[in-house]
Design a protein around this ligand. Structure first.
Ligand code: MEV
Length: 321
């Protein structure tokens, strides 16, 4: 048994929602995440889980004891890991419902603490946990939680195609909370309903997002941050067209651009949660945070580590709905 383990939170730079339907996304691991410890119990003991969230709130559940999602997700994760009775203590410094991959980071950290599987295996096990919370996750959050770094992610039926993106330089982001939590399940269901009602229109938007992601990858690799920023703004417009933005998110994007950001957008499910703003330097990121503070919003600066090269393509099963 491994007794302590970590997993990364994430931001989706471009491609959220469309990624659920097979379009590519680019996501980055951030240095906030989750950390878990596990203790083996007697064979007849029920498995327990204690989660401490960033706001200090603590939840305690017994695996499968109730229909409460956390108890169900924990039971599903332990079943996937074929784990014996265990007591897990996990904490996260990520806000929940903020689009920063809190649930995936918790799932990956718990799986690592309980069983210590390989990075690819842990990603697959974490999907059992993610499906309870999100219904139809693409797997991008679990992939970044497990693998970190900058990733290109494509859901291709029951496979995931994951590639490292070689960033010519570290990306610096200001990340701010809109002040409203949102549910990934609800927002993904809202897009699914729009897709049922207007399939051609929604497909056009997904195609637009896929083009943004492809160009964003090329721009990241070329170190053309201005182009990346413009593409983030385009992605934001396309997401707003899917009714995923809010007045607060739009106002934060405007404030960030006025404060010197190259581009800004919601990240993750939308409908609330966080905004990311791409900036050239940490000093400009601080200007963005100041502007958001003036509007009553909190935030922090995140930076990705420079990639050391593109590793071979990873193609894995396990991201099926
Ligand atoms: C949530 O972080 C990202 C979404 O695209 C959902 C998913 O990919 O499972 C909205």
């Amino acid at each position: 048994m491994v007794d302590a383990a970590r997993a990364s939170g994430k931001v989706i730079l471009a491609g959220e929602h469309a990624v659920v339907y097979g379009a590519p996304a680019i996501a980055l691991g951030i240095d906030r995440g989750a950390s878990a410890r596990a203790l083996t119990l007697g064979a007849s003991d029920a498995s327990t889980l204690r989660v401490t969230f960033a706001d200090g709130i603590t939840l305690r559940v017994v695996a499968g004891e109730s229909d409460e999602p956390l108890a169900k997700a924990y039971a599903a994760l332990l079943a996937s890991l074929r784990a014996k009775s265990v007591a897990v203590d996990v904490e996260t410094d990520l806000p929940a419902g903020a689009g920063l991959g809190c649930s995936a980071a918790l799932g990956v950290a718990i799986a690592r603490a309980v069983a210590g599987p390989s990075d690819d295996e842990v990603r697959e096990h974490a999907m059992a946990w993610e499906r309870v919370f999100h219904g139809n996750p693409s797997g991008v959050d679990a992939a970044v939680a497990a693998l970190g770094g900058t990733l290109s992610f494509i859901r291709d039926g029951d496979r995931s195609i994951i590639e490292r993106v070689a960033s010519a330089q570290p990306l610096v982001l200001a990340i701010g909370h809109s002040g409203t939590a949102s549910s990934t399940r609800t927002m993904v269901a809202s897009v699914a309903r729009q897709r049922t009602r207007q399939p051609a229109l929604v497909q056009k938007t997904f195609d637009g997002i896929a083009a943004v992601v492809r160009n964003a990858r090329l721009a990241i690799e070329a170190g053309d941050l201005r182009a990346v920023g413009q593409l983030l703004d385009m992605n934001q417009m396309l997401l707003a067209g899917l009714l995923l933005s809010t007045q607060e998110i739009e106002a934060m994007c405007v404030s960030a651009r006025t404060a010197g950001a190259l581009g800004a957008k919601l990240t993750g499910a939308g409908g609330g949660g966080c905004v990311i703003a791409l900036v050239e330097t940490r000093a400009i990121a601080e200007h963005v945070l100041e502007a958001w503070k003036g509007d009553g919003k909190t935030g922090f600066v995140a930076e990705t580590a420079p990639a050391r090269g593109i590793r071979p393509v990873v193609v894995q099963a396990g991201a099926a709905p």
